[in-house]
Design a protein around this ligand. Structure first.
Ligand code: PAF
Length: 279
């Protein structure tokens, strides 16, 4: 597997692929790869001739008191995993390549970025939209694949790609879950053993809420019950739990399909997100 850190070299490699008639799938990541990321790579291999994975811990999507410095980084381990999955090219630029001095352009997907994680993490989605737009321009893929675990991020990226006429396909890959239902996340590595076993309360409460809503339960009562179950299960706080339109992310005031149950909760210093389709 080729590891490239220089934009001109990347362009040469991608041009050679395209001249050879190969389609390219991009899987953007921040590294600390787990089975969820590998499921995106496998989807990429199914839909395109070549998969390019990017690893870049993007500073502009972290707030000043967030975990940018502590974010787990192990490129050698990640590269070995990707090579064993048949990835041909790893795009791993450094911060100065992506954000040279004087970099001053950013993208804001205003309508979709303000609520939910955007409210708890001001500026986060501007950083995400900006880096993803840059990755699209750098790699010029035919298709890009993102996990559905960050549903708001996926909706924002779809809207950004549409609004800015990127002309590529955006695919969402189903959430990969651990044996007890917890969504796989690089941040699960922060959980102590006790927190990890308590964390199953989060998907359990959301699944119960999905069942209650599908059976005609009152939305506000159902969401309040789910929040109480998450807190009783050992979480310290619930940032949000809401039923939303899957595309516009507008909050619903009662269940009507199509709907997505979106939630974020904190256990110790770790903030977890999850979501389920309802109906
Ligand atoms: O989901 C992630 O890992 C990141 O937000 C992404 C899409 C790679 C942008 O940095």
């Amino acid at each position: 597997m080729q590891i490239i850190r220089d934009i001109a070299m990347l362009h040469r490699a991608v041009t050679a692929l395209k001249q050879g008639g190969k389609s390219v799938a991009l899987v953007p990541t921040m590294g600390a790869l787990h089975d969820g990321h590998l499921s995106l790579v496998r989807m990429g291999r199914r839909v395109a001739d070549q998969v390019i994975v990017s690893i870049f811990v993007n500073p502009t999507q972290f707030g000043p008191n967030e975990d940018f410095a502590a974010y787990p980084r192990d490129e050698a381990r990640d590269a070995a995993l990707l090579a064993s999955e048949g990835v041909g090219l790893l795009w791993a630029p450094n911060v100065a390549t992506v954000y040279p001095p004087g970099h001053s352009t950013h993208i804001e997907v205003a309508e979709l970025g303000a609520d939910y994680c955007g409210a708890a993490r001001p500026g986060h989605f501007d950083g995400v939209a900006t880096i993803v737009a840059k990755l699209f321009n750098q790699v010029q893929p035919d298709v890009a694949i993102f996990g559905e675990k960050d549903w708001q991020q996926l909706a924002i990226i779809r809207r950004m790609a549409r609004d800015l006429d990127f002309g590529l396909d955006i695919l969402g890959a189903p959430i990969a879950r651990d044996h007890d239902g917890l969504a796989l996340s690089s941040r699960n590595a922060y959980l102590s053993a006790g927190q990890r076993s308590a964390a199953t309360a989060f998907p359990d409460a959301l699944k119960a809420a999905v069942a209650a809503l599908a059976n005609g339960g009152d939305m506000y009562e159902t969401l309040a019950k789910a929040e109480a179950a998450i807190l009783a299960g050992g979480f310290d706080s619930v940032d949000y739990i809401a039923l939303a339109n899957p595309d516009t992310l507008g909050r619903l005031d009662a269940f009507r399909a199509p709907a997505r149950l979106l939630a974020a909760a904190r256990i110790g210093k770790t903030r977890l997100i999850d979501n389920y389709s309802v109906g």
